[in-house]
Design a protein around this ligand. Structure first.
Ligand SMILES: Cc1cc2nc3c(=O)[nH]c(=O)nc-3n(C[C@H](O)[C@H](O)[C@H](O)COP(=O)(O)OP(=O)(O)OC[C@H]3O[C@@H](n4cnc5c(N)ncnc54)[C@H](O)[C@@H]3O)c2cc1C
Length: 446
């Protein structure tokens, strides 16, 4: 039987473990940490839960077994992620970002780099290992994130510059990053490693001039500002980072000239995870609103669910959650088949589920009525969490939709490839869709 949504015994066990961890270890610490105004203190409050998750293999389970990881598939990751995000998607993001940082080494790193950095990640005796995925930059004249693949030289695109000092065998990093998760580590002195996207050739555009480099904790020339205080996903740490003459050994560089492909593939791998994260939050909002509507009458003599308007809204929410879960699983399955080269479907799942379920969570608030706004209930937190999905993990407008569009623009685009599970290899020619090149630069170029 080739299509079957039944979980295997091993997947059921994974789901049980993830559910137990989420309810027994994570849930008790979430409310206090979410209320904490200082984002670094909030992050620190999650350290105990993180240590437990590391022991259970959730922090590095997606890495290949040969480097000490759990070797779990993208589909298995869906099962774990739904359970954790149903309790707190910010904490789940800490785990996800380890993958965003380290999976690029799996795909693009040399064997020596994999042995060195991946084994370190999976064999931390303290169990507190963190990896930062360091791509996003402040939105200003000399940086940006959505336009990482812009064909123009600097200042278009990524602005963290890595200059090769051949005499000392090092790259020298100068510039800023803004938003990277985990990057500051537990003490704001740095994650164990930061995998940074850098401009190794500022004269070239984003399709030729970017690379990735591993910056280990303790490297001089990096300062971490106060983490960003966010509307939702408050339990993960997002950093403001400044690099000033930061020297990194040249053997830490990888994906030379292909940093664009690293960004595109990493944010494809995370697409189905972000999609199921939206399912997790919507599921919790739905279950709370359902229970509320079955146990409160609002003075109408019968529980609210007996009003047809309320019943229809609940039915609408339930349908959308089921549809989004199926799409998330399908996209994860596609990624499993093609070594995470499923750029269009990964992005589609992320965009569709994040946006569909944001409105669904709002509907759940309407089912409940004004009491949804009372902070003694969890609904306002669900709404804040849901608002993050269309914006983070490569924003839907500036990055993920552009990626889907870029794949479709290719003359060999196969509109049935996803349904028929056929490969659609991603290529550089599919990047830069819609990049705007100012008129005056054209004139100069001529
Ligand atoms: C909880 C959380 C965790 C995160 N973790 C990380 C992390 O670990 N590492 C990391 O590097 N980043 C991280 N980020 C940042 C995140 O990945 C963002 O998606 C990324 O910064 C890009 O944001 P953006 O799409 O809004 O792009 P921006 O560059 O800020 O663009 C802003 C807006 O401009 C418009 N726009 C710009 N260019 C175009 C274009 N070419 N076409 C169409 N519209 C355009 C769009 O409306 C877009 O939404 C995180 C963010 C959050 C909230």
């Amino acid at each position: 039987m080739s299509i079957d949504f039944t979980l295997t015994a091993a997947q059921q066990k994974l789901q049980r473990n993830a559910r137990e961890f989420s309810v027994e270890i994570l849930q008790p610490v979430v409310a206090k940490a979410d209320e904490e105004r200082d984002p670094q203190k909030a992050f620190m409050l999650m350290k105990g839960a993180y240590l437990e998750s590391y022991k259970l293999g959730f922090a590095t389970g997606f890495l290949p077994r040969e480097y000490g990881g759990g070797g779990i598939s993208n589909l298995d990751l869906q099962i774990v992620a739904e359970e954790i995000t149903a309790v707190d998607p910010g904490f789940a993001t800490v785990l996800l970002v380890n993958g965003l940082a380290l999976m690029p080494l799996v795909w693009f790193g040399s064997e020596a780099q994999k042995k060195k950095w991946l084994v370190q990640a999976t064999s931390d005796p303290r169990g507190e290992y963190l990896a930062g995925w360091t791509v996003s930059e402040p939105v200003d004249e000399t940086g940006g994130t959505a336009n990482f693949d812009h064909p123009g030289a600097r200042p278009a695109g990524i602005g963290l510059v890595a200059t090769h000092d051949r005499s000392r065998g090092e790259y020298v990093l100068n510039g800023k990053k803004y938003w990277p998760c985990n990057a500051g580590g537990w003490d704001l002195m740095g994650a164990d490693v930061n995998v940074c996207i850098v401009r190794t050739d500022p004269a070239k555009g984003g399709q030729k001039g970017l690379s990735a480099i591993v910056v280990p904790r303790g490297t001089a020339g990096i300062s971490y500002g106060e983490p960003i205080s966010k509307l939702g996903h408050r339990l993960c740490q997002n950093n403001a980072i400044t690099f000033t003459d930061c020297r990194v050994p040249e053997e830490n560089l990888f994906a030379v000239g292909d940093g664009d492909l690293v960004i595109s593939k990493a944010f494809t791998w995370s697409g189905p995870v972000a999609a199921i994260a939206a399912v997790g939050v919507a599921r919790s909002a739905y279950e709370f609103a359902l229970q509320w509507s079955k146990t409160r009458s609002a003075g109408g003599g019968m529980p609210m669910i007996h009003h047809q308007a309320v019943g229809y809204m609940l039915a609408d929410i339930a349908m959308k959650i089921e549809a989004c879960r199926a799409f998330s699983w399908k996209s994860a399955h596609y990624l499993d088949q093609f070594d995470s080269d499923g750029h269009a479907v990964g992005a589609m799942a992320k965009v569709f589920c994040g946006e569909t379920l944001f409105t669904t969570v709002f509907r759940a608030l309407q089912v409940m009525g004004v009491n949804a706004l009372d902070r003694q209930h969890p609904m306002e937190k669900f709404l804040r969490e849901a608002a993050v999905f269309p914006l983070y993990d490569a924003g839907n407008i500036g990055m993920q939709m552009r990626k889907i569009w870029g794949v479709m623009l290719d003359e060999k685009f196969d509109p049935r490839a996803i349904a028929d599970s056929r490969p659609m290899p991603f290529q550089k020619s599919m990047e830069s869709a819609g990049a705007l090149v100012p008129q005056h630069s054209d004139a100069k170029a001529r």
